[in-house]
Design a binder for this molecule. Structure first.
Ligand SMILES: Cc1ncc(COP(=O)(O)O)c(C=O)c1O
Length: 397
């Protein structure tokens, strides 16, 4: 198997502004934001895996881009990936495609709940969950995570309470959890699953970050807990984050229950979202077939970036890292700086020169926190950390 040296792959600085990348776009970093540490949007600054680039180049060289079917072997490559990486055997006929994860989340809500029904979310959580549910006129019921001594866990008592309400029909689970970085343990998932099935609550499990898990942790898909759990679940996965191909891939929706799968299929064709572009097809097939060594290298690079942040924050009073178990998104507690909300983000932008995602966009529980994307070169992260340390020094002097 190919082996990569993470440093030679990921130390190269690539100017994201050469294309209209969202991460560095004025829409995200604001006007005059070009000198900020762009740590908001959740993608990586790294080139896609070499086999993906080669496959896309080959497809480009072919030169004809008329209608085409899904390439033979793509679904088989995905199935092998799930089996080899996660010991998870998914039957071929459970796998559907979706244009992206948010479409699948919206479709699940619109197909399996009614307007006015309640859907549970577990804040602080990926802000688009709120938008999808609001736009689909579903009531959002919050089951906040418990933050205890620097660690997040689920509040099962509150979950039981909220799931038992007759209006509650669904939960959006985020596994691993964006932004707090938890990789849910098997027992936690079982407890959640048992509560949901007791009360007829369908689990929609967004597992987009499932491949990006650190060495000491193991991602377990909710549906992999067993057939009775899979039967009450819609699983959403995608190679977008794993291989940094968010703008040129689609997603997969895994549905064990036959009726629900048929309903999804019908909706896919009603909305004509069952087509795909040829670059996405070859990128995904190459990534799932030959991307494992690159993924191993990127995880090792991310782990050393986490270490760098941990070391630096150890010397900066008032700022605490919530230890991540996976993802390239760090959840950092700035409340010890004792700044008001507006003051905090103005301080981060103007003094530290950081552009982050504000904690309270993930729910009110995120006040005083920020989500910080560390999938960037070590050099960039080092500069950002020094700038933060100097800014905090000035604040205290
Ligand atoms: C947990 C989670 N789900 C979904 C998405 C968005 O997925 P997509 O671009 O496939 O709609 C993101 C992107 O940051 C995410 O973190």
């Amino acid at each position: 198997m190919v082996q990569y040296d993470p440093l030679s792959l990921f130390d190269e600085e690539i100017n994201r502004r050469d294309v209209p990348a969202l991460k560095t776009h004025p829409m995200v970093v604001g006007l005059n934001g070009e000198n900020l540490f762009a740590a908001g949007v959740a993608d990586m600054d790294f080139m896609a895996p070499p086999p993906v680039l080669e496959a896309m180049q080959k497809r480009l060289d072919h030169g004809v881009f008329g209608y085409e079917a899904m390439p033979a072997g793509l679904i088989a490559a995905l199935m092998r990936w799930l089996q080899n990486q996660h010991d998870w055997e998914v039957p071929k006929d459970h796998i559907l495609t979706s244009p992206n994860i948010l479409t699948a989340l919206a479709m699940a809500a619109s197909l399996f709940t009614e307007v006015g029904d309640a859907v549970i979310v577990q804040p602080p959580v990926f802000f688009d969950f709120f938008d999808v549910l609001n736009e689909n006129h579903r009531e959002i019921v919050q089951n906040p995570l418990i933050f205890d001594q620097g660690h997040y866990r689920m509040d099962f008592e509150d979950l039981e309470n909220k799931a038992s309400h007759p209006k509650t029909k669904m939960i959006y689970l985020c596994n691993p959890h964006n932004p707090v970085g938890r990789v849910w343990r098997e027992q936690e998932l079982r407890t959640l699953g048992d509560i949901c099935s007791r009360h007829g609550v369908l689990v929609v499990s967004d597992e987009m970050h499932g491949d990006l898990v650190f060495t000491d942790f193991k991602y377990k898909s909710f549906a992999a807990l067993g057939p009775e759990y899979a039967a009450n679940c819609i699983t959403c996965i995608s190679p977008a984050k794993t291989f940094n191909i968010a703008s040129c891939c689609s997603a997969f929706t895994l549905i064990a229950d036959e009726d629900k799968r048929k309903a999804f299929q019908v909706e896919n064709s009603r909305l004509s979202v069952n087509k795909n572009n040829p670059f996405a097809n070859v990128a995904m097939k190459a990534a799932y077939s030959s991307g494992a060594p690159w993924l191993e290298a990127v995880i090792s690079y991310l782990e050393s970036n986490v270490e760098m942040v941990r070391d630096a924050l150890g010397n900066i009073p008032g700022i605490e890292l919530v230890e991540p178990e996976g993802t390239f998104l760090l959840w950092i507690d700035f409340s010890g700086l004792e700044l008001g909300l507006d003051e905090l983000y103005a301080f981060l932008r103007k003094q530290a020169k950081w552009s982050v995602t504000r904690g309270h966009s993930f729910g009110k529980e995120g006040k005083g926190f920020a989500r910080v994307n560390i999938a960037c070169t070590r050099a960039k992260l080092e500069t950002a950390l020094s700038s933060l340390e100097l800014a905090v020094g000035r604040l205290h002097s």
